[in-house]
Design a protein around this ligand. Structure first.
Ligand code: HAM
Length: 419
């Protein structure tokens, strides 16, 4: 094989076997969020680089080191979006959508691009399903967002996924804490150079450091939980109380700081230890200043992004694909030339009645057709051969119980129900 160009590092093809599963998972997410009052938004893949690089003091690797940025033919500085949130905010401000009645609840499914070192669960092009809720300062906005994510994981029956929550305070209390942390880091010799440098601009970033020595020393660092103000404390307390009431379990983790700079108060991640080093399946939090930073009126907001590839990895790891498969209600087998006309009428009626019904198109042996029905998870198989035609009946076999029932064709075509 002499391909003129091979797939780029950190990207992947999603082949039909997978796209089917992707679509099913997406459909479940879409249904849950649509039912929850969220509407879909689609934003462009490219944006002006300034949308993401808003602040010269931004300390996040995502914005500082990992963006795919280039100058286009019109001499504009453009970036492939590294995340969905900033684009959604730009869009709702630019189109005025955010000026309509609040809350504004949006979701998206989008490609993101980050120039990271590829490894299992970490790609240079990946997909995020995310949602953003604008307009509420109340902890109930976090409750709303977290409730639907949790509902989705429960619907998929995924196990061992932990919700980890933290409060990183607000503009009033965070600087007091970051100064303390800075002093702590400066006093210790064993922090790595990156932590020491980051300490100047944003000491919280040290919590992202993977160096085991830094991690160890940070275990004894002052905890943000002891330094947030009353208002942030109450917000955190109310949120956790509401989660308790909804039976959503969580772990309080003062080390969650998130990789983007725009958060305040609540930050959270849904994590799993079953998919290797890249265990964060979903991340999000509150960002009350981003809308005004991007040019809109000050509007509080909460949101999250689920990494779709990591989600699929965990579904496959826990073998939950089968649960997702939409079962075929009825598979019509054994169609012969002499029975075709009647069978197709039965098919049409079942289809009109809203059943998921398929008919055999291969003309293989009845045994092979049953094997196929099993493979596509058909609940029932409808058999109508010459013998049945002569008696004016069809057979319906329940694939789970193997019970076979007879139905009179004319009764059925005239409206008698069979399920
Ligand atoms: P994030 O934590 O940077 O947050 O990304 C969200 C999720 O995207 C992660 O939890 C992870 O599952 C997935 N992800 C991140 N990088 C990669 C990668 N290189 N390859 C595969 N998956 C990846 C955000 O992007 C925020 N915009 C979330 C948010 C929305 N916050 C508020 N609203």
């Amino acid at each position: 094989m002499s391909l003129i160009s091979k797939i780029l590092r950190g990207t992947k093809d999603i082949l039909p076997e997978k796209t089917e599963e992707w679509r099913r998972v997406k459909d479940i997410l879409y249904k849950i969020f649509l039912d929850g009052g969220y509407q879909e938004i689609i934003t462009p893949t490219i944006e002006g680089t300034g949308l993401f690089k808003r602040d010269k003091d931004d300390t996040s690797d995502i914005v500082q080191k990992e963006m795919y940025s280039f100058i286009d033919k019109g001499n504009r500085d453009i970036s492939l979006k590294p995340e969905g949130t900033a684009s959604v905010v730009r869009s709702v401000v630019e189109t005025g959508l955010i000026n309509n009645s609040l809350p504004l609840k949006l979701f998206y499914f989008t490609q993101c691009f980050r120039y990271e070192k590829p490894q299992q669960g970490r790609y240079r092009e990946f997909y995020q399903f995310g949602a953003e809720l604008f307009g509420s300062e109340s902890f109930l906005a976090e409750v709303d967002i977290i409730y639907y994510i949790d509902k989705f994981f429960k619907k998929l029956e995924l196990e061992n996924i932990h919700l980890e929550i933290n409060s990183i305070g607000c503009d009033e209390c965070r600087p007091i804490y970051t100064n303390l942390l800075k002093e702590y880091i400066e006093k210790k010799d064993n922090f790595c150079v990156t932590c020491k440098t980051r300490c100047e601009t944003n000491p919280l970033r040290s919590f992202d450091c993977k160096n085991p020595i830094c991690k160890e020393v940070l275990n004894k660092a002052p905890s943000i939980n002891n330094h947030i103000c009353e208002s942030c404390k109450n917000h955190d307390k109310d949120l956790k109380q509401a989660l308790d009431g909804l039976n959503i379990s969580y772990i309080s983790n003062s080390k969650i700081v998130r990789g983007l700079d725009y958060y305040n108060k609540t930050v959270f991640e849904f994590t799993s230890r079953e998919i290797g080093a890249q265990g964060a399946i979903c991340g999000g939090g509150r960002y009350d200043k981003l809308v005004s930073e991007i040019g809109g009126k000050q509007t509080p907001a909460v949101g999250f992004g689920i990494g779709f590839e990591r989600l699929i990895m965990i579904i496959e790891h826990q073998n939950k694909q089968a649960k997702l498969a939409e079962k075929v209600d009825i598979y019509i087998a054994n169609i012969e030339k002499s029975t075709f006309e009647t069978t197709i009428k039965i098919f049409k009626k079942l289809d009109d009645d809203g059943f998921k019904v398929l008919f055999d198109i291969m003309g293989r042996s009845l045994k092979s057709q049953f094997k196929y029905a099993d493979k596509i998870c058909a609940k029932k198989v409808l058999i109508i051969g010459e013998q049945e035609m002569e008696k004016g009946i069809f057979l319906l076999k329940n694939m789970e119980t193997s019970i076979q029932e007879e139905f009179i064709i004319n009764d059925f075509l005239e409206g008698k129900t069979i399920i």
